[in-house]
Design a protein. Structure first.
Length: 217
């Protein structure tokens, strides 16, 4: 792609991404999307490949002094601690884990109306987002899915900085990206329309997809 390439919007990016994933069409894979911006991508990919759609909810566990510095991550299924030091107490980790999991439960209830998560164990997973910036959220999501028993994880995104490939190929079975611009400044830079996705849009998109999946073809 040329250096000045722009995706029209998330739908166009998802359609192009789906073409790179046709080998999974109608398989036993599950598309997992990262809210919020990854959900419109995931819905199109899942539709084009005739696959189930799920969301993966992960929150960063920040350092007590500098919350922007991640020491781990928390999901509905697991807690991962990547960095520990004497100034981080077990009590802090326990309290923060409890707080973050309560927030994740709230978001899961909001997005899915309490619908049970699709089982991950022994499933092939296509993990999608609208792009990669630092990669921390997707890395945490991939690790969570792996620890939950996923047999194969494919990370698929429309755009990412060239350096992301090295990180993801270490932990995933496949890494697919459409565009790796050298002048990467942020995901939104490469979309003509990168409007913010609201919680309401996530809920509507998920409900619409799940209702469609229930209708016999």
């Amino acid at each position: 792609m040329p250096d000045d390439f722009l995706f029209v919007d998330r739908e166009e990016a998802a359609l192009l991404l789906s073409k790179r994933l046709t080998g999974y069409r109608g398989s036993d894979a599950v598309v997992f999307a990262v809210p919020r911006g990854g959900v419109p991508i995931g819905a199109v990919v899942a539709r084009e490949l005739d696959l189930p759609l799920e969301v993966v909810l992960v929150k960063k566990l920040g350092h007590p002094v500098n919350p922007e510095f991640a020491i781990g991550s928390v999901s509905l299924r697991n807690v991962r601690i990547e960095r520990i030091s004497p100034d981080i107490s077990r009590e802090f980790i326990r309290q923060e884990t409890e707080r973050l999991q309560q927030e994740l439960k709230r978001r899961h209830q909001l997005f899915t109306s309490g619908r049970k998560l699709i089982p991950v164990k022994n499933r092939r997973i296509i993990l999608v987002d609208d792009g990669i910036a630092t990669g921390s959220t997707l890395l945490a999501a991939a690790a969570d899915l792996r620890e939950s028993g996923a047999s194969e994880i494919v990370v698929a995104v429309p755009v990412a900085p060239p350096g992301a490939a090295g990180m993801f190929r270490k932990i995933c079975d496949d890494y697919i990206v459409l565009y790796e611009p050298r002048d990467f400044g942020g995901v939104g830079q490469f979309y003509a329309d990168f409007r913010q996705v609201t919680d309401e849009e996530v809920v509507d998109t998920l409900k619409s997809y799940w209702n469609r999946a229930k209708v016999p073809s």
